[in-house]
Design a binder for this molecule. Sequence first.
Ligand code: MN3
Length: 195
Amino acid sequence: MAFTLPELPYAKDALGPHISAKTLEYHYGKHHQGYVTKLNALVEGTEHANQSLEEVIRSSSGPIFNNAAQVWNHTFYWNCLTPPAQDRQKTPSGDLAKAIDTAFGSWEAFKARFTEMAVNNFGSGWTWLVQNADGSVEIVNTSNAGTPLTTDQKPLLTCDVWEHAYYLDYQNLRPHYMDAFWELVNWGFAQQNYS
Ligand code: MN3
C-alpha cells in the first residue's frame, strides 16, 4: 500500500494573483510529490509500510518522520487555501470566531499576531492555529517538518513558511506572502476542524 499525492482541491492557476500557477507547479508538483515519493522509498520493507500516514508520523523519527509529516502538512495546507472569489468568507465565524476573540481580543489582533509569528518563524517551518483540549485556540510555530499531530493540539489552520512556498512570487519578502495568504484562507475548512 503506497502513499499517494492527493488531488489539489482547485486548479493550479486558481490562487492567482496571490499565489501563482508556477508556484503550485513546483510546490505541489515537485515538492509535495517529492515527499510522497521519498516516503514510499523509505518505508518499503519497514514496520511503517502498512501504517496510515498519521500512524507513521506518530511512530517514526528522522527521514521517515520528515517526509511523512511534510506529506500531511502540505495536504492540510492546500485545504487551508481557497480561490479568492468575490463571495469568499474573509473572516472566521461561529464558535471558532468566538474562540479567536477570547484568545486574542479581536480578529484583527489575531491576524496581526499570526502574521508576526509567521514572519518571525526562523528558517523553514509552519505557523499553525491550533485547538487545545479545553476548546481554547493558540498560535504555534513548528520548524522544518514539525507538526501538531505529534502533540495534543489539534491543527485548525496552517501557513507554510518554507521559502519554496513564496520565493517564485515574492522572493525574500515573506510579509508580502502573508498578505497573499490572508486573501486565500479557507475559513470554512478551519471552522470544520474546530470542534
Ligand atoms: Mn511547502
